[in-house]
Write a protein of this length. Structure first.
Length: 288
C-alpha cells in the first residue's frame, strides 16, 4: 500500500492509496475515510462501509461529492471507495469508444470472456482482496462491513450483498441498476464480459439482483434503496419496479423510497447519504 494523499476532514482523515491487485492484474487506487476513533494512539478498529461508484467514476468521485465524511466521523464509521474498474495501458476498454463500458465501468463481476477475463475481476477484488489488504494495514474491523453504491455501483452492492450475505452485514443502494440483464447498459457490459450465446446469457443471472432474488438468494435484513423520481434513467436503465416485484415475490424485505424532483446526479447522492450511513451504522452496532 502506497499512501498517495491524506487530508484532515471532520477530525478524521480522507486518504487515498495505491494498491497492487492480484485479482485485477493491475495497479489500482482506493479512497479511505478514517473517522477520529481510528486515529491516534488510542485508535481502535472501526466498522467500514464500502461504497461502489457508478459509470465513468473513479475512487475520488464519492470522496469529493457525496459529502459522507461529516456524518461518518460522528458515527465512527470508515468509508472505503474503490475504483470502478481496472485501469492501465494493458487493460482493454470499450471497443466502441464509449463511456458505458471498459475503463470506469467494470460492473462488479468476474469476466469469463477474453480479453476481459485477465483484468475485469471486480467482484473478487472487492469481496476477497480489498478489505483483507486494508485491514492488515489500517484499524478496520473485517467482521463489521456494510455495502452500498450508486447506479452501476448500486447494482454491485445489491449483487454482492445477495451473493455474500454473511460477509456484508448491511446492503443499500442509491439509484441502482436493478435488472442489468434487461437494460441497455447491463446487456452491453454482460455481452462483452460474460458472452452473448444463450448459454452465456443464463450465466448473466448470477450478476443480476432481480434474477438472484428469483433464484432464491435472500438476506435476513431489509435492503434500503433510494431513487429520484426525476431520474432520466428510471424506467429504461434502473427498472426499480422489477426489483420491487422480485423482492415481494421472494420474501425479501425492501425499503424502496422515491424522492420527488431528484435526478441521477451526486446532488441526489449527497441529499440521501446520511440516511444510508445511519442505516449501516445501526446494522454494524454503532447506533441503537
Amino acid at each position: 500500500m502506497e499512501l498517495i494523499s491524506s487530508h484532515r476532514c471532520f477530525n478524521g482523515e480522507q486518504r487515498r492509496y495505491r494498491l497492487e491487485s492480484n485479482q485485477l492484474n493491475s495497479t489500482t487506487t482506493v479512497g479511505v475515510f478514517l473517522p477520529p476513533d481510528a486515529l491516534g494512539n488510542d485508535a481502535k478498529a472501526v466498522p467500514a462501509l464500502i461504497w461502489l461508484s457508478g459509470l465513468t467514476c473513479t475512487d475520488e468521485n464519492a470522496a469529493q461529492k457525496a459529502g459522507a465524511q461529516r456524518r461518518a466521523a460522528q458515527l465512527g464509521l470508515a468509508v472505503i471507495t474503490p475504483d470502478t474498474s481496472p485501469r492501465g495501458e494493458s487493460v482493454p476498454t470499450d471497443p466502441e469508444g464509449q463511456w458505458d463500458f471498459g475503463h470506469g465501468a467494470g460492473f462488479y463481476l468476474d469476466a469469463v470472456q477474453e480479453p476481459w477475463s485477465v483484468h475485469y475481476r471486480m467482484h473478487s477484488y472487492v469481496v476477497a482482496e480489498l478489505m483483507p489488504q486494508l485491514c492488515t494495514e489500517l484499524p478496520l474491523d473485517p467482521s463489521r462491513l456494510g455495502l452500498s453504491g450508486h447506479s452501476m455501483g448500486g447494482h454491485g452492492a445489491l449483487v454482492l450483498g445477495l451473493r455474500h450475505p454473511q460477509r456484508f452485514r448491511s446492503v443499500s443502494a442509491v439509484a441502482p441498476i436493478s435488472h442489468p440483464s434487461h437494460c441497455p447498459w447491463g446487456q452491453k457490459a454482460f455481452g462483452y464480459l460474460l458472452g452473448k450465446t444463450p448459454e452465456a446469457q443464463q450465466q448473466w443471472r448470477q450478476w443480476d439482483a432481480v434474477a438472484l432474488l428469483e433464484d432464491g438468494c435472500h438476506r435476513e435484513n431489509s435492503l434500503l434503496v433510494d431513487i429520484g423520481s426525476d431520474d432520466p434513467f428510471l424506467e429504461e436503465q434502473l427498472r426499480p419496479e422489477d426489483l420491487r416485484i422480485a423482492c415481494k415475490n421472494n420474501h425479501q424485505r425492501l425499503s424502496l423510497n422515491f424522492h420527488g424532483g431528484y435526478d441521477h446526479s451526486y446532488f441526489f447522492v449527497a441529499s440521501v447519504i446520511d440516511r444510508h450511513l445511519e442505516y449501516h451504522a445501526k446494522a454494524l452496532g454503532l447506533m441503537a
